[in-house]
Design a protein around this ligand. Sequence first.
Ligand code: ASP
Length: 586
Amino acid sequence: MFRTHSCGELTVEHIGERVTLAGWVHRRRDHGGLVFIDLRDRAGLVQVVFSPEVSGAGHGVATDLRNEYVLQVIGDVAKRPPGTENPNIATGEVEVLVQQVQILNPSKTPPFNINEDIEVEENLRLRYRYLDLRRSGVKQNILLRHRVIKFMRDFLDERGFIEIETPILIKSTPEGARDYLVPSRVHPGRFYALPQSPQQLKQLLMVAGFEKYFQVARCFRDEDLRADRQPEFTQLDLEMSFIDEEDILVLMEELFTSLVENITPNMRILKPFPRLSYRDTMERYGTDKPDLRYGLEIRGISDIVAGSEFTVFRSALDAGGVVRGICAPGCAHYSRRQLDELAEFVRTYGAKGLITLPIGEQEAKSVLGKHLTADQIGEMARCFEAKERDLLLMVAGETQIVEESLGALRGEMARRLGLLDANLLFFCFILDYPLLQKVEGSRWEPMHHPFTAPRDEDIPLIDSAPERVHAKHYDLVCNGCELSSGSIRIHNRELQEKVFKLLGYGKEEVKKRFGYLLEAFEYGAPPHGGIAPGIDRVVMLLAGAESIRDVIPFPKNKSAVDVMFDAPSEISEEQLRELHLRLRLD
Ligand code: ASP
C-alpha cells in the first residue's frame, strides 16, 4: 500500500501503530539532533520526527528536505512529549517517529509560501494556481464547494428532480449579456453560441415531460467585468412543471436553510426568509439586492422639505426628483474631511452632492440650519427616528441616482460602523418585479429574461400600459448579493410572441432565433417555472470569501484572462483558415 493513513487523520487512537504516509513538506525545523517536518496531505498536517537514533539514514535524508518536497514515510505513531502538543492542529497530540523515508519528488522553491496565510498578488497566485490551491484557505473553499454541490444534488434527487445535461455548443440564449461564439469548421460562416444559461433547453425539457429538472450548469456571458463576475460561472439550474411561484419559494427556502444548517452550522440563518416587493426594496434600500443584516434604511423626506427654498432641494423637486436620506447613528461628530469623503463617495454614483445634518448641538454646522425651520428639522429627525448625536445624510435628485447613491452609501456606512455580521446569512426574496424596464429612454427590456410570464391580471395591460405590467419573477438575495433570479414562464405561443414584439424583435428574427421554442409551445407545453442559484456566489458566502475567484478552482483574473494558460490566446493562420475566418484588428 502506498500509504496506510492520511496525515490529517492521525489521533491518539493510532498511538503505537506503524503507519505509511505520503505528502508534502509543509514546514521543516532542524533542532540540531532532531529534524521535525510538518507533513501535509489533503486531510491535514502531522508532525513527523527524524531522529538519528531511530534511523540514521532517515535523519540524513531529512537534513536535505525543503518545503514542498513530496515524501513517503514509514514510522510509528507516538504521543508527543508533555508540553509539546499543538492545539492548533487536529493531529497536535501525536507525532510520527520516522523509520524510513523516500523522496518521491523534490520541489523548486515556490514563488510564494504555501505554509503562510499571507496576502499574495492575485496574478501571481493565478499564474501558479496549482500551488495557490495547496494553500489552506483556497483549498478549504474548494472542498466546501464539493460539499455544497453534493448537498444540492442529494437534496433535489430526494425530491424527485432529474439531473440532465444540456449542450454547450448551442445557439444564442439571451440573459442580457453578449454571447461567446464558436466558429464552425464544417459549416463555413456559421457559429455556435455558448449558453448564457440553459434557459430555453430546460423549458424544452418541461415540454418533454420531465417535470422536475436540475443541472449544475456552466453559463457563459461576455459582459463587462465586475468584482463578482466571471466569463463562465456555475448555476444550480432548475425547472419544474405544474407549479406556481410559491412552490419555488418554498423549495428555495428549504434548500438554503438545510444547506446552511448541514454544511456551515456555525453560521446563523433567519427563517422564514422575508419577502419584499421590488418597489419597496428600492425605496428602503436603494437596490434590489439589499443587505438586511443592518438597518440604516433610506427614508423619503420630499414632503417635509417641499416648501423649502434651499436650492438643492428645490431644484431636485422641481425637476420631478426626490430627496431621501439615511441616518448614521452616533456619527454627528464626523469631521469635515470625513463628510467630504462621503460626498465624494456618492458623487461616484452620479449624485450632485451630499447634504448632512448632525442632530443635536452641532445642527448649526449644517447648511440646513439656515434654510429649514426648527419644525422642519424636528420633523426630519422624527422621520429618520434620529437621536442626539446621529448624522443625517441626504441626497437630492433624480430618483434612480438617489436610490443608487444612497443604496451604496448605506453599505459604506455599515462597513464604517462595523455592522456587517460575518456569521449571519440574511436571505430574502424580492417579488413583484415589473416585467419590463425602459432603456435608452425608449426601448423595453425584460427585467429578467424574455420568457418570464406577466401576472395574469396584468396581461390586458401589455398593449396599453406595459410599464404597469408585473411579472411572475422572484429573486433570492443574501447579505446584499443576488443569488438567483427565477420566474414562472410563458408557455403559450401567442403571449410569447406578444412579449417578443414588445421587446422590439421583428417577426423574422423571432422565427430565426426562437422558432423552435414557439413551435414547442404548440405541442402541449405544461405551465412551468424555475430558478437558478449561482453556485459560486453561494459558496463565496458560506466560505466568507471576498471574491468568487476564491471559490472557483481555475478562475480568470479581473481582465477575463487565464494567466496560467494564457487564454485567450492567438491562433495560427492555419486554424483561422480552417475556420474560414480572417482577422479584423482595426
Ligand atoms: N436562466 C435564468 C438566469 O440565468 C434563471 C431562471 O430564470 O431560471 O438568470
